[in-house]
Design a binder for this molecule. Structure first.
Ligand SMILES: NC(=O)c1ccc[n+]([C@@H]2O[C@H](COP(=O)([O-])OP(=O)(O)OC[C@H]3O[C@@H](n4cnc5c(N)ncnc54)[C@H](O)[C@@H]3O)[C@@H](O)[C@H]2O)c1
Ligand SMILES: [Zn+2]
Length: 381
C-alpha cells in the first residue's frame, strides 16, 4: 500500500480505454461541479436527479455550482429509498429528462446515494439510447462502491438489480464534506465496504484502518485529518483496479462480493428492511466468510477473529445474534443463498480467504458444510 495521503484532493483514474474517467475525492467538491462539467462537455445542459433527503441538504449547492459556471440545469427529485429503483420511478425520471430536453451531448447528474446512482445511471443508459452522466455520490457506500464501475440497475419483483445496464459515468465527484449530513448508521454501513477492500486484497490497508478508523469516522469538514479522504481513495483505487481488469464481471470482479453471498441471504431474511442495512449485512457476511474459511482450514482461527474484531469495534454486526428480530431456520437461509444471482448452475460462488487481504473465488464449496456451519452459528443465538 502507498503511504497515507496528505493531500486534500485526490484523483483516481478508472482505466477503460475510451470510457476512462476520473474519480475526484475531496472536501467541498460540489462547488466545482459546474466548472468540471463545463470543461468536460462545453455547452452541455444538465439534469440533476436526486432524492428528497439529499435535495434538502445539497441540491442548492449543486445548482449554484452549475449556474455559476453557466451550465443550465433542471432538477428531478424522487422519493427516498430503495423503492425508487422501480419501473414506475424509472419511467417518471426518463419522461422528466426528455421533458427537460436533455439530448445527446447533455448530461445527467446523479446526486445522492447508491439508489440515485443506480437509478439515474440506468436512465442515462436508456434515454436517447444513452446520454452521459456524472456521479456525485453523497453516501460513503456510494463514494467507495456504487458510483464506481458503471453498474446501473432497478429492481424486479423477482429480485434486486435484475434490470440494468453497464454504463460508465464520465466523472465521479466524491465530496467528502457531503458526508457530514449523513446519519451515523449509514456512514457505518458504508464503512463495511471500505473494510471489504482491505480484507479482500490489502493487508497493509487493513492495519491502517485498525489504527486510524476513528479519524475516518470523525473526519468531517471540521477535521484536520485526511484519514477519510485516504480511506475513500484507497477503496476507489482498489475498485478501479478490479473494474479495469474485469469490467463485466466474468472473473476477478466477483472478489468484490466478499461477504455478499452470506450478506444477501441475511438481507433477504430481514426483508431488505431497516432492520439490516446492506453494509451491516455485508459486515456480518464477511465475518461469516472469514469464520467459514478458518473452519475449512484456510487460515488460523485467530486471523478470522482479527477481521471480525475490527468490524465489531466500529459497531457493525458480526454475529447472527447481533441482527435484531431473529433469523429463519438454516434451510431457509440455504434457500436464500441458492437464490443469489451469483449462483452459476446451482452452485453458489463464495468468496473465501486465506487470511486478511487474501480473498479468492471458491466455486467448489460443499453446501453441506455451509449448512453445518450456519447451523452452528444460528445455535450461538
Ligand atoms: N451499482 C453498484 O455497483 C452498486 C454497488 C453497491 C450498492 N449498490 C446499490 O446502492 C444502493 C444503496 O446505496 P446507499 O446505501 O447509498 O443508499 P441510499 O441511496 O438509499 O442512501 C441512504 C440514505 O441516506 C440518505 N442520504 C444520502 N446522502 C445523504 C447525505 N449526504 N446526507 C443525508 N442523507 C443522505 C438517502 O436519502 C437515504 O435515505 C442499493 O440500491 C444497492 O443495490 C449499487
Ligand atoms: Zn455491497
Amino acid at each position: 500500500m502507498t503511504a497515507p495521503l496528505r493531500a486534500d484532493l485526490v484523483t483516481v483514474r478508472v482505466e477503460l480505454d475510451a470510457r476512462s474517467y476520473d474519480i475526484v475525492i475531496g472536501q467541498g467538491l460540489i462547488a466545482s461541479l459546474g466548472k468540471r462539467i463545463g470543461t468536460l462537455r462545453p455547452g452541455a445542459k444538465a439534469a440533476i436527479v436526486t432524492d428528497e433527503n439529499v435535495a434538502r441538504h445539497h441540491l442548492s449547492a449543486a445548482e449554484e455550482a452549475l449556474a455559476h459556471a453557466g451550465v443550465a440545469s433542471n432538477r428531478v427529485i424522487v422519493p427516498v429509498g430503495e423503492s425508487s429503483k422501480s419501473f414506475r420511478v424509472f419511467e417518471q425520471v426518463c419522461e422528466a429528462i426528455i421533458a427537460a430536453r436533455i439530448e445527446r451531448g447533455d448530461l445527467i447528474v446523479a446526486l445522492g446515494g447508491g439508489v440515485i446512482g443506480d437509478l439515474a445511471g440506468f436512465v442515462a443508459s436508456a434515454v436517447r439510447r444513452g446520454v452521459d452522466y456524472v456521479q456525485v455520490p453523497t453516501t460513503l457506500l456510494a463514494q467507495v462502491d456504487s458510483s464506481v464501475g458503471g453498474k446501473t440497475a432497478i429492481n424486479s419483483a423477482y429480485g434486486k438489480n435484475l434490470i440494468g445496464a453497464f454504463h460508465q459515468p464520465i466523472l465521479v465527484l466524491a465530496d467528502t464534506a457531503a458526508l457530514d449530513t449523513l446519519p451515523a448508521r449509514e456512514f457505518r454501513a458504508g464503512y463495511a465496504e471500505v473494510a471489504k477492500y482491505a480484507l479482500l486484497g490489502d493487508a497493509a490497508f487493513f492495519s491502517w484502518l485498525e489504527a486510524n478508523w476513528r479519524d475516518v469516522f470523525g473526519g468531517g469538514s471540521a477535521s484536520k485529518s485526511f484519514a477519510r479522504e485516504h480511506a475513500i481513495a484507497v477503496s476507489c483505487r482498489a475498485k478501479a483496479a478490479i473494474v479495469a481488469r474485469d469490467e463485466r464481471e466474468t472473473g476477478d470482479r466477483a472478489l468484490l462480493n466478499l461477504g455478499h453471498t452470506f450478506g444477501h441471504a441475511l438481507e433477504a431474511a430481514c426483508g431488505f428492511s431497516e432492520r439490516l442495512l446492506h453494509g451491516e449485512a455485508v459486515a456480518a457476511g464477511m465475518a461469516l466468510a472469514f469464520a467459514f474459511s478458518a473452519r475449512q482450514g484456510l487460515m488460523p482461527a485467530a486471523e478470522a477473529d482479527r477481521a471480525t474484531r475490527h468490524l465489531a469495534a466500529v459497531g457493525l454486526p458480526t454475529r447472527l445474534k447481533d441482527i435484531p428480530g431473529g433469523l429463519p431456520p438454516v434451510e431457509q437461509l440455504m434457500d436464500l443463498i441458492a437464490q443469489d444471482k451469483k449462483v452459476k448452475r446451482g452452485t453458489p460462488t463464495f468468496i473465501l480467504a486465506r487470511g486478511v487481504g487474501a480473498a479468492f473465488i471458491a466455486t467448489d464449496v460443499d453446501s453441506a458444510e455451509v449448512r453445518a456451519f450456519l447451523s452452528e452459528k444460528l445455535a450461538e443465538q
